[in-house]
Design a protein around this ligand. Structure first.
Ligand code: MN
Length: 195
């Protein structure tokens, strides 16, 4: 929902163009091919994720890729960042002690995810916030996830998300990424998950 260069200087336009136009597009194309002629064609991507163990790996990888990136674009914006606002700010303080402690936990989840994957802030079944991470294009909605919940914020730590500008420096990318967080959208997703 913004131009490729909207997130500069934190994420460069070329990275966004390839990430959205090539990587995300490939997940969509491959998911559509993988579910063609099956009941999954009529299901929401959330419902597919919740029952992912019933599906072959191409649905898991590409369905996860589509869900994850669809969330990722919306929880960033130009001139985002700053401290959390609204109800999610209170929930973050209650769950983690402070915004700084939450950031440290989230950054560690991303930095220690070996290879490719995601760091997440989720609302668990207990309606409490938790930080987790998943490998590849898995996500916490999936019935195969170690820690399950509804993602309200996620950071893509695949190299394709940052390599052109940051090369191997994933922590630098994550540190810059906080300047983009769209707290209004995180609040909207938090409210929906708490219902
Ligand atoms: Mn990605």
């Amino acid at each position: 929902p913004y131009a490729f260069n909207a997130l500069e200087p934190h994420i460069d336009a070329r990275t966004m163009e390839i990430h959205h136009g090539k990587h995300h597009q490939a997940y969509v194309t491959n998911l559509n091919a993988a579910i063609a002629g099956t009941d999954a064609e009529k299901m929401s991507i959330e419902e597919i994720c919740k029952h992912i163990s019933k599906y072959p790996m191409p649905v898991r990888n590409n369905g996860g890729g589509h869900y994850n990136h669809s969330l990722f674009w919306t929880i960033m914006k130009q001139n985002g960042g700053g401290s959390p606002t609204g109800d999610v700010a209170n929930a973050i303080n209650a769950a983690f002690g402070s915004f700084d402690e939450f950031k440290t936990k989230f950054n560690t989840a991303g930095a220690t995810r070996f290879g490719s994957g995601w760091a997440w802030l989720i609302v668990g079944a207990d309606k409490k916030l938790a930080v987790t991470s998943t490998p590849n294009q898995d996500n916490p909605l999936m019935d195969i996830a170690d820690v399950k919940g509804t993602p309200i914020m996620g950071c893509d730590v695949w190299e394709h998300a940052y390599y052109l500008h940051y090369q191997n420096r994933r922590p630098d990318y994550m540190s810059a990424w906080w300047n983009l967080v769209n707290w209004d959208e995180v609040n909207r997703r938090f409210a929906a998950a708490m219902k």
